[in-house]
Design a protein around this ligand. Structure first.
Ligand code: SF4
Length: 378
């Protein structure tokens, strides 16, 4: 039987310190904690021996948290265990997320030796005051050196994350950040507006009841930053291929693209989510419980066909290429135009959506108002 393509996500839930805006599943952990976690993670991977036989992994992604708290040997051990269980012979991309405050040349060379060929570097801002405000553990000079070190270690496929609409940030300050990040010549940039998440220190200060709420850029400024990102990155040769992601052609993230096109994936590690055989499930989120039972899975939802079709549309329309009508028919046995006749008519009339041969996609304006569009598909 032909093996099914899949992605593999490995969650490393440790950070040197918690950034003030972050609500990801991560916490500081000492080296003993990390060592124990790696051995539990390997146990979890081994538990997939039977299921994994039907799959071949095309992408591998170490995310977090801060995967670069791992020593190169630990990454190598995890990859070796993965190889003993999953078919990695057709791997097309292996990304590791890196925090500039945690790397050395030796470590990055080790990651390269373990097979990683892409780094996603969390820089977020090129302004040291903003980096301090965010609670990042590095300044911009360290971020710049991290990129140089990555190149020296043999990584040329480098992605950088940047956040806009920070407290007190002006359009001019953000513009400077973009210039300085572009000067680093990454191949891929992910750009997000800051979201103030409940439960974070930022929520206390800048949330609905926060005393400093007025320091957040207003909606108009936020939109100008968003427009500036599109403009500057286009000038620098980047193409927007997803709402928040830009790449020099050929350097689009294969792993993230596979989420948006509905490929199956295995999420390994604390709280990681998976999508296997049309079922979404996640691992335990409590570290003590996960360590006791790394193979316990919580089914998030058993999605019916209508739900799967809506999800196909919402994820696919995030990409500038849009969704393929043929692929929809192949998956669901029905014509996309029949199932969503009303929505397509309405959004095409409003110039939010357009058809181009087999593809149905959002226009540039449609991407700007995508949340309104997605709400109609739910
Ligand atoms: S490094 Fe990333 S995951 Fe860790 S606390 Fe900061 S934003 Fe969150």
């Amino acid at each position: 039987m032909k093996k099914k393509p899949c992605g593999i996500y490995v969650h490393i839930p440790f950070c040197k310190q918690k950034c003030k805006y972050c609500d990801f599943l991560s916490a500081p952990g000492n080296s003993d904690c990390i060592r124990e976690y790696v051995s539990v993670l390997k146990r979890e991977i081994e538990g997939y021996a039977e299921t994994a036989k039907d799959y071949e992994a095309l992408t591998l992604y170490f995310g977090g948290g801060t995967p670069s708290v791992l020593e190169a040997k630990q990454v190598g051990d995890i990859v070796m265990t993965l190889r003993s269980v999953f078919d990695l012979s057709s791997l097309e991309e292996f990304t590791i997320e890196v925090n500039p405050g945690t790397v050395t040349l030796e470590k990055l060379k080790g990651y390269r030796a373990a097979g990683a060929d892409r780094l996603s570097v969390g820089i977020q801002s090129a302004n040291d005051d903003e980096l301090r405000l965010l609670g990042r553990i590095h300044n911009f000079d360290e971020a710049r050196k991290c990129i140089e070190t990555a190149r020296e270690a043999g990584f040329e496929n480098l992605s950088v994350d940047v956040i806009s609409a920070l407290p007190g940030q002006t359009v001019e300050a953000y513009s400077k950040t973009l210039d300085r990040i572009l000067a680093l010549r990454p191949r891929h940039i992910s750009s997000y507006s800051l979201i103030i998440e409940p439960g974070t220190p930022f929520f206390e200060e800048y949330g609905e009841k926060g005393m400093k709420r007025d320091m957040l850029p207003d909606e108009e400024t936020d939109r100008r930053m968003y427009a500036l990102t599109k403009e500057k990155l286009a000038e620098a040769g980047f193409e927007r291929y997803e709402i928040s992601n830009y790449a020099i052609p050929g350097y689009e993230s294969k792993h993230n693209s596979s989420y948006w096109t509905g490929r199956e994936y295995f999420g390994l590690g604390l709280g990681a989510s998976s999508f296997v055989n049309n079922v979404r499930y996640s691992n335990l989120r409590d570290m003590a419980e996960y360590k006791k039972a790394p193979s316990v899975r919580i089914t998030e939802e058993i999605t019916d066909e209508a739900g799967l079709m809506a999800e196909f549309m919402i994820l696919g329309l995030r990409m500038t290429a849009g969704v393929s009508k043929k692929e929809f028919k192949r998956r669901f046995g029905r014509e996309l135009r029949e199932v969503y006749a009303r929505e397509i008519q309405k959004f095409t009339d409003e110039k939010v959506m357009e058809e181009d041969g087999d593809m149905l996609r959002l226009t540039d304006y449609g991407l700007d108002v995508c949340n309104r569009v997605f709400a109609e598909f739910i």
